[in-house]
Design a binder for this molecule. Sequence first.
Ligand code: DC
Length: 224
Amino acid sequence: MDGPSGTGKSTVSRRLAAECAAAYLDTGAMYRALTLAVLRAGLDGESAASADVAVGAVRSVRSVTDPKAPALLLDDEDVEPEIRGPEVTRAVSAVSAFPEVREALVGRQRELIADAVAESGGIVVEGRDIGSVVVPDAPLKVYLTASDDIRAARRAAQDRKAGRAADLDRVLADVRRRDRLDSTRKISPLHAAADALVLDTDELSVDAVLKRLLELVAERGMVS
Ligand code: DC
């Protein structure tokens, strides 16, 4: 499940995984955890030293792949609220653009995916490069899109719900900035895989997207 932020990716992915008794992996949370490690080391996310710290932190990141209680641990500390905060959000695109960071994390993601498939029989993985790079032979690839304004409004509502201040203009600027950085980076830029199903969620509720995906999963015989 790929696409930019604010498309409903996380909600849909978690619910789809729960409905299919599959595991769930939020790869954005992994990039965010590495970014937190970089910021905690007193770095800004842009320097070469930031890449070294991020690569060094890959083995300290642990993803709990239960869709009913997903969690992200950094050195056994639950860092979930902190990785969603403005400091990490500001720096994460820079950290995730380092080729060595991506290489190390994609390797880790493939291990987690293989483990989850062996244990649960399947996994829903969300990110930016899952269908295009991480699992190019995935049996179902979905790319969610939505207009900038709608995505910013959803993001702001999420922030407010989580008790964070959310000025709509600032959130819109941040959404556009991150889209630009994520789509133009040299390595694994955000784009839909050629064989991905592209769904525009401007006019689709989470329930409607989920219904469509459950139909596809059933049509393809992906659940028993
Ligand atoms: O999905 P998110 O907003 O939590 O992702 C945070 C950032 O991580 C996003 O701006 C780009 C990066 N990312 C990535 O480069 N590749 C992924 N598979 C997932 C996220």
